[in-house]
Design a protein around this ligand. Structure first.
Ligand code: HEC
Length: 721
C-alpha cells in the first residue's frame, strides 16, 4: 500500500520534473522568429485549434496599417513575429509596427521616412519586407531589426524608437562593407536576418542585370552594427570556389549569388544554412563562364566566423533565374533506421534536396545528369550536367508537351497554344535560353517560392506549396556597342532594351508581374520619372549607376518627350565594358497563357503537397486555390500562389497564398480541406501561430497586390470564440 501511495505521488512529480524544463524550452510555443523558429519549420506546438473545432474559428481582430498604395499594387509579404504578448510586423510602405497580440491594439509605429531629409527620402527604395528579427540581451535591451530601403535598422522593441548606438543613429547602410564600390548599385534586403548569439547574419537583394552588387553574406554585431564577418559568395583569389569561374577577374565584376530568401540556424552546432540565388546577369552567362560557385548553392557556414563548412550547388551556371527561393528546413528524420539531423531545401524547379546537415551528404542519391548543352547564343557555355535527386519526386510538373496543354479551353484557343508551343523549345527543364523562346516550367516564381515550406518535427513531414505556371524566356540581340552619336529617341530605345526590357517587355507593355510603361507619360513628369528610376520601388531595382544623359534619353523615349527626341545624343565618355555591354537580353517575364488569360497548361495551377522526408515519398497533393468560374463547374484548378504554410501539433496546415484570397486549413494527415475564410485581399504571406491570453491565434497579412489583385493594408487574427 505505502509503496503504491509513494509511487502515486512520485511518478507524477517525476514526470513534472522531467517535462517541465522541456515545456519551458519548447522551441515551437511562440512565433519569435521569421518562419516560426530558427529551423524554419513554420511549426507551432499549440493544439487548442484542431480538426474538430477549426470550422468555428472567428475573426478576433483586424489591424489596418493605413498605408496601402492601391495605384501601385502595394503588398504585405510579412510573416509577423510575436513575443512577450506583442506582434511586430511591417506595412506596405515599410513602416514597422507593434500591436497587442491579443487585441490588435496599436502600441507604436516607426516610419523610416520620418527622420530623412527630402533628398534621402527621394532615394528611398520601397522594398518588399517579409519580416523582422527580434533580439534581446536577456534583460531590458530588446531590439527589432529590419531593412527599409538599403538600411538595416535597430529599433527599441518597447518604444519603437531607433537604438542610436547602433550604426549611424540606429541604422547601417547595406551598401557599406561589401569590399567593392557599390554605392550606386541596387542593394536592399527582403527577408530578415537571423540571430546567432550577438550577431545578426544577413543577406541582400541585388540587381539581376549586368551591373549588380555581389551577394556576400555578412554578420553584424547586434549592439554596435559593426561588421564581424563576411563570406564571399563570389570567391576571391585563393578562396574555395574561385576556380569555378573561368574568368580570373570575374569576382571584381560579377554580382548576385545573393541570399534573398532567408536562412536557417542550427543553434546548438552553430551552423547557419544559407541558400543563394543565381549570379548576374540572369539569362546570359557569357561573362560568367564556369559553374559560378557559390551561386545557387546551399551553404553551411560556421555562424560565429562565416567559415565554409560544406556546400551543395543546385544549378551549375544558372541561365534561368533558378535562385534557391526558400528557407532550408532543419529537422530530424528517420533515415535507414537511424535518427539523422537533416536539412531539406525546396527549389523553384520542384526538386527537394535533403542532406545530413552536419556532413552535407545527400540522404537520397543525387545524380549529375546530362542536359542539353548547346546554346545558340555566341559566347555562352552551357554546363553539360545538372544535379537531380532520386527522391523525393518533384512536387510540381516540370515538362510541358502538347498533351499537357490546357484542356479547359477548346477550339481556336487550344489551337493557338498548340501552335505557340510548337514554336518554343520545350521538353527539358534545362533547355538553354533561345531566340525562339524556351519554355520555363515550372516558372521563374517556382515551383517553390519565398513562402517556403512548413514541416512537422515529430513526423518528418514537409508541406510545400507550389505554382505550376509555364513561362517563356526569349532572348534578342542587343546593340551592345554604345554609338558615339545617335538621336535621343534611338539612344532611349537602346538604353531601354539594355536596362528595362527584361521586365517591362520589348513593346513596353509589361510582362509577368511588371507593369506596362505605355501610359507612363501621363503619370510621371520627367523629374518624378528620374527619381523613380534612380531609386527603384519594390521589385524594381534602382538605376543610380546610369549617367544622367542616359537617364534623360530614357525619359525622352518612355515619357514620349517629343521636343527632345530629335536632339543629338552624345554618349557620355566610358570605355566599352564587356561585363556591361551584353550582346543579348531577355524580352521579359512572359507567362505562357491561353487567349483568355489562363495558364496554358492543364490544371492544377497551384498545389499543396505533403512529402514524407523519412522515406522521400509523397503522401498527398491537393490543388491550392480556385477560379470561381471553374469552381462552378466543380473543377478546383488551384492558382499561382505566394506565401507559405504554417503547421500545428494538432494536425492542421494553415495557408492563404492563393490568388482567390482565402485563408484555408487542411488536414495535415490527409490534405482534406477543413475550413476556409475569405480575406479582404489575398494573403501573399505566411501565417503565424501563437498564444496570447490563453487563446491560440492564427494571424495573416492581407496585402494583395500580386497577380492582378487589389491591395489592402490589413492583418487579420483568428481564434476560437
Ligand atoms: C527587375 C525588373 C525591372 C527592371 C529591370 C525595370 N523595372 Fe521598372 N518597374 C518594375 C516594377 C516591378 C515596377 C512596379 C513598381 C511598384 O511595385 O511600384 C516598375 C515600375 C516602373 C515605372 C512606374 C510605372 C507606373 O505606372 O507607375 C516606371 C516609369 C519604370 N518602372 C521604368 C523603368 C525603367 C526606365 C527601367 C530601365 C532603366 C526599368 N523600369 C527597369 C520592374 C522593373
Amino acid at each position: 500500500m505505502p509503496c503504491r501511495l509513494v509511487s502515486a505521488f512520485l511518478v507524477p512529480a517525476l514526470l513534472i520534473l522531467l517535462l517541465a524544463p522541456g515545456c519551458k524550452t519548447d522551441p515551437w510555443k511562440g512565433w519569435k522568429t521569421y518562419g516560426g523558429d530558427k529551423a524554419s519549420l513554420h511549426y507551432s506546438s499549440l493544439k487548442q485549434i484542431d480538426s474538430s473545432n477549426v470550422n468555428r474559428l472567428t475573426l478576433a481582430w483586424t489591424y489596418h496599417t493605413g498605408d496601402a498604395d492601391t495605384q501601385n499594387h502595394s503588398q504585405i509579404q510579412c510573416n509577423p513575429i510575436i513575443t512577450g504578448g506583442t506582434l511586430y510586423g511591417t506595412s506596405p510602405r515599410m513602416k514597422l509596427f507593434a500591436v497587442d497580440a491579443e487585441t490588435g491594439k496599436p502600441k507604436w509605429v516607426f516610419n523610416p521616412l520620418d527622420s530623412m531629409d527630402a533628398n534621402t527620402q527621394s532615394f528611398f527604395i520601397m522594398n518588399n519586407c517579409r519580416g523582422v528579427t527580434w533580439w534581446s540581451d536577456g534583460h531590458r535591451d530588446q531590439r527589432i531589426f529590419y531593412t527599409a530601403g538599403s538600411d538595416l535598422y535597430a529599433i527599441n522593441a518597447g518604444t519603437g524608437r531607433p537604438v542610436t548606438t547602433f550604426g549611424k543613429q540606429g541604422h547601417i547602410d547595406l551598401h557599406d562593407g561589401l569590399g567593392r564600390d557599390v554605392k550606386d548599385l541596387f542593394v536592399t534586403s527582403t527577408t530578415p536576418g537571423i540571430i546567432y548569439r550577438d550577431l545578426i547574419i544577413v543577406g541582400t537583394r541585388v540587381d539581376e542585370g549586368p551591373d549588380a552588387a555581389p551577394g556576400h553574406i555578412r554578420a553584424f554585431d547586434v549592439r554596435s552594427g559593426k561588421e564581424v564577418w563576411i563570406f564571399h559568395t563570389i570567391p576571391q583569389p585563393g578562396e574555395t570556389g574561385y576556380g569555378s569561374w573561368e574568368d580570373p577577374q570575374a569576382w571584381k565584376h560579377i554580382g548576385g549569388a545573393n541570399n534573398w530568401c532567408g536562412m536557417s540556424l542550427d543553434e546548438k552546432r552553430g551552423i547557419v544554412y544559407v541558400p543563394t540565388g543565381s549570379a548576374s546577369p540572369d539569362f546570359y552567362g557569357g561573362t560568367r563562364k564556369g559553374k559560378d560557385l557559390f551561386a545557387d548553392c546551399l551553404l553551411a557556414l560556421d555562424a560565429a566566423t562565416g567559415k565554409l563548412i560544406w556546400y551543395f550547388q543546385e544549378i551549375h551556371h544558372d541561365l534561368w533565374d533558378r535562385d534557391l527561393p526558400a528557407t532550408p528546413v532543419l529537422l530530424t528524420v528517420e533515415h535507414q533506421g537511424k535518427r539523422t539531423d537533416a536539412v531539406a531545401q525546396t527549389t523553384k524547379t520542384g526538386f527537394v534536396f535533403i542532406f545530413d546537415r552536419v556532413t552535407g551528404k545527400p540522404l537520397f542519391p543525387i545524380r549529375e545528369t546530362p542536359v542539353p548543352d548547346q546554346s545558340e547564343l555566341a559566347g555562352e557555355e552551357v554546363q553539360p550536367t545538372q544535379p537531380i535527386p532520386s527522391l523525393p519526386k518533384p512536387f510540381v510538373r516540370q515538362i510541358l508537351l502538347d498533351s499537357d496543354l490546357n484542356n479547359l479551353v477548346a477550339g481556336a484557343s487550344r489551337r493557338r497554344i498548340t501552335q505557340e508551343l510548337d514554336s518554343f523549345h520545350t521538353g527539358n527543364v534545362f533547355n538553354p535560353p533561345s531566340r525562339e523562346g524556351t519554355v520555363i516550367f515550372p516558372g521563374y516564381d517556382g515551383g517553390g517560392e519565398w513562402g517556403s515550406p512548413g514541416a512537422d518535427p515529430r513526423t518528418g513531414m514537409l508541406y510545400v506549396n507550389g505554382s505550376q505556371m509555364p513561362w517563356v524566356l526569349t532572348m534578342v540581340d542587343l546593340k551592345g556597342q554604345r554609338l558615339q552619336k545617335e538621336n535621343w529617341l534611338d539612344a532611349g530605345k537602346r538604353l531601354y532594351a539594355q536596362n528595362c526590357m527584361t521586365c517591362h517587355g520589348p513593346d513596353r507593355k509589361g510582362s509577368g508581374n511588371f507593369p506596362s510603361l505605355i501610359q507612363a507619360g501621363q503619370r510621371y513628369n520627367e523629374d518624378q520619372f528620374l527619381l523613380l528610376v534612380r531609386s527603384g520601388r519594390r521589385m524594381m531595382p534602382g538605376f543610380r549607376q546610369l549617367p544622367a544623359e542616359d537617364l534623360h534619353a530614357l525619359a525622352s523615349f518612355i515619357l514620349d518627350l517629343k521636343k527632345e527626341q530629335g536632339r543629338v545624343f552624345i554618349a557620355p565618355p566610358r570605355k566599352p565594358d564587356p561585363y556591361l555591354d551584353l550582346p543579348y537580353g531577355s524580352t521579359g517575364y512572359h507567362k505562357f497563357l491561353t487567349p483568355e488569360g489562363y495558364p496554358a497548361v492543364k490544371p492544377p495551377w497551384g498545389t499543396l503537397t505533403a512529402i514524407n522526408l523519412n522515406t522521400g515519398a509523397q503522401s498527398w497533393q491537393v490543388p491550392l486555390g480556385a477560379y470561381p468560374e471553374f469552381l462552378k463547374m466543380g473543377i478546383v484548378t488551384g492558382t499561382e500562389n505566394y506565401g507559405g504554410p504554417a503547421v500545428t501539433a494538432s494536425g492542421l496546415v494553415f495557408i492563404a497564398a492563393a490568388r482567390d484570397g482565402k485563408l484555408r486549413a487542411f488536414s495535415a494527415r490527409t490534405g482534406r480541406l477543413l475550413w476556409q475564410y475569405p480575406l479582404p485581399a489575398p494573403g501573399f504571406a505566411t501565417p503565424s501561430i501563437y498564444q496570447a491570453g490563453g487563446r491560440e491565434f492564427v494571424v495573416i497579412a492581407c496585402g494583395g497586390g500580386k497577380l492582378g489583385t487589389a491591395s489592402s493594408d490589413s492583418y487579420l487574427a483568428f481564434a476560437l470564440p
